[in-house]
Design a protein around this ligand. Structure first.
Ligand code: ADP
Ligand code: TRP
Length: 320
């Protein structure tokens, strides 16, 4: 098995990113080869401030390493450190039908939100296919919203292999059913772009404030409450043990237990869960040379794999 996944530096990472993508990726690093990268070319489609892009790129590196990405086990790199990825994307675009990209939900959603339809936004899944295919990955740990992009990658790879001979391994998305979509404080999918997220490494006061704002129904303190439809419980399940979850559920069903109390319990559980990672992050912040050396080393290792694939693709289409 060879895993590959990327995450965009388009804002501070949140617990949806953590449970949907980072944690599964970190677990996979123990089960086979793993390649994880910071998708800063992709982020250019939404971030127009160069300083912000640089800052968030470092932030993703710190966050991922602090949360357990082990550079001894996984190759960790910045996408733009191997610009040859763009050549592979170009070669893949030759076998990418317009219709395939036009059908992508993510593209349609962004356009619907008023983001101008430019070429990068449209071609985004082709660059993503190049990322995935460049290292011949078999497994792509991502949240559910990225499933379609992995399917597009498969279609492109199959089409290329049929037309030019087998160059690419056909990958599969690895999606955790139990945490397919982490809800935000408003109950919709947690996302930076909906401003309903809870940052992994937000300041204590701000994080608590955010959690206290989670939307619930308007049941009174003494009322019996339904744990199955409550956003607070849904988030608590990510952090708490089975016994602690059962206890909260019983409180809900018994009545006399307010949402404010449940939110405080959720905050404590989350704060405790990330405590060791916060410590690790502080260490890394004081050792930025080490972080940079990890990324440089990762780029060298990823480039070795990419070069092999790119050479085969160039040969297959007749560029050499
Ligand atoms: P955002 O929606 O905040 O911009 P991204 O699109 O950058 O997040 O997602 C990065 C990774 O995190 C992807 O693999 C995505 O599927 C996953 N992810 C993002 N939000 C969630 C969520 N609410 N639940 C589960 N996974 C998520
Ligand atoms: N599109 C992904 C996201 O927004 C980021 C990404 C870029 C990616 N290239 C990838 C994810 C390759 C998995 C594999 O989350």
């Amino acid at each position: 098995m060879r895993a590959l996944s990327g995450i965009q530096p388009s804002g501070k990472l949140h617990i949806g990113n953590y449970f949907g993508m980072m944690l599964p990726a970190i677990e996979l690093q123990n089960q086979g080869e793993a390649f994880y990268f910071i998708a800063n070319y992709h982020a250019l489609t939404s971030v127009s401030d160069p300083n912000k892009l640089r800052e968030d790129t470092l932030d993703v590196a710190l966050t991922f390493l602090a949360c357990g990405l082990d550079p001894e086990k996984a190759v960790f790199y910045r996408q733009s450190d191997i610009p040859e990825i763009n050549e592979l994307a170009w070669i893949l675009s030759i076998v990418t039908p317009m219709g395939l990209l036009e059908r992508c939900h993510s593209y349609k959603d962004k356009i619907a939100k008023g983001i101008p339809a430019n070429h990068a936004l449209f071609a985004y899944p082709v660059l993503m296919a190049a990322d995935i295919l460049s290292v011949q990955s078999t497994t792509v740990p991502v949240g559910k919203d990225q499933k379609q992009h992995v399917e597009v990658t498969r279609d492109i790879a199959i089409k290329f292999n049929n037309q030019f001979g087998k160059v690419f391994t056909i990958p599969e998305a690895a999606i955790r059913s139990e945490v397919a979509i982490v809800p935000g404080i408003d109950g919709q999918k947690m996302s930076k772009s909906y401003d309903n997220h809870i940052e992994i490494f937000g300041a204590k006061k701000a994080t608590k404030k955010r959690i206290m704002k989670i939307v619930t129904d308007c049941a009174e303190l003494e009322d019996v409450k339904n744990p199955d439809t409550c956003n607070v419980v849904a988030l608590y399940k990510l952090f708490a043990s089975d016994t602690d979850i059962a206890t909260m559920e019983e409180h809900y069903k018994a009545g006399g237990y307010g949402y404010g109390t449940a939110k405080k319990v959720l905050f404590e559980a989350m704060w405790e869960y990330f405590a060791p990672f916060r410590e690790k992050r502080e260490e890394l912040e004081n050792n930025l040379d080490y972080v940079e050396s990890v990324l440089q080393d990762g780029a060298t290792r990823a480039r070795t794999e990419l070069t092999k694939t790119l050479d085969a693709a160039r040969k297959a289409v007749g560029l050499c």
